[in-house]
Design a protein around this ligand. Structure first.
Ligand code: MG
Length: 298
């Protein structure tokens, strides 16, 4: 199932995408299903089964073109959890560019950082460029994992049972701010609008192998990143194991799994985004997420 959060008129709803239409799940289920994605995810398999039954009944739907898609989880209750340097080629392209304290040895444990929930935007929304802060705005296509079942100290063998589904994320980064705070990347990664997410959550049962997905990023139509999730250094079960160590993962937590090579700062010469540019991210089995860069109106 493809699950969306969307606006129709003044109302925010969650729906299931069927072809180029969307079914309002709360209405079609006679209010049995909730109105927010977080509540839906929190209800787990029971909500999924009800949604499947609703869809079998050929419910009313509206064309996707008539609604506005938001990020599938517009405002998660906790920071988005992210891993840095999770594709070997991306680690290598950063050699000598990591700044003070950055090692050129591939680490034994993943490097984690977080993005504020307020950095999340939906498909088509503008990513802010503020020249007063920085002109080193960069793209990063990433597979985002949505946690379904809560758990702590999760072992790799059980980790995938805790995954609700997947979506596409753009870990937009402001490179000079990212580097200026040593190895604490939070500041350069958390600015408003710098976490496009969407267009929908593909439930885990729909992707037979999330470690075999082609992923790419185009800027103004030009291919910049082109890889497969099979090249993750720390694969999804290991990331869930590490993140859940002594920390209870919760339904609706969002985990970004790292970006492959081809980001702007590591290109020769370096390339950065400017207002008017359009980033188009694509992940096999999920879809496409496009966002323009817009000048901050300050
Ligand atoms: Mg990243």
């Amino acid at each position: 199932m493809k699950l969306v959060t969307y606006e129709q008129g003044a109302e925010q709803k969650i729906g299931a995408v069927v072809g180029d239409h969307v079914v309002d799940l709360a209405t079609a289920s006679g209010r049995e299903l909730p109105r927010t994605m977080l509540e839906f995810i929190g209800r787990g398999e029971e909500a999924l089964e009800t949604a499947r039954q609703v869809l079998r009944g050929s419910p009313q739907s509206v064309p996707l073109a008539e609604v506005r898609l938001l990020a599938p989880i517009p405002r998660p209750p906790r920071n988005v959890m992210c891993v840095g340097w999770n594709y070997a080629e991306h680690f290598e392209e950063g050699q000598g560019r990591r700044g003070p304290g950055g090692s050129d040895e591939m680490p034994e444990y993943p490097t984690f950082f977080t993005k504020l929930p307020t950095s999340i935007i939906g498909p088509g929304e503008g990513v802010q460029f503020d020249a007063r802060i920085s002109t080193k705005l960069d793209w990063e296509v990433e597979l985002a994992v949505i946690i379904g079942r809560s758990g702590r100290d999760i072992q790799p063998e059980q980790a995938m049972e805790h995954v609700f589904g997947y979506t596409i994320a753009n870990d937009v980064s402001v490179r000079d701010v990212q580097r200026r705070h040593g190895n604490q990347w939070f500041r350069g990664k958390s600015m408003d609008t710098h976490c496009p997410l969407g267009p929908w959550i593909v439930t885990a049962d729909e992707l037979s192998d999330p470690q075999q997905l082609h992923l790419s990023c185009r800027v103004n139509g030009e291919l910049k990143q082109d890889a497969s999730t099979e090249y993750m250094v720390f694969q999804i079960p290991r990331l869930i194991q590490e993140l859940s160590l002594g920390t209870t993962l919760q339904p609706g937590d969002v985990v970004l799994t790292g970006t492959p090579s081809g980001v702007g700062f590591a290109r020769t010469p370096p390339e950065y985004l400017k207002p008017g540019d359009v980033m188009e991210l694509e992940i096999e089995g999920i879809g496409k997420l496009a966002n323009p860069v817009v000048a901050y109106p300050g």
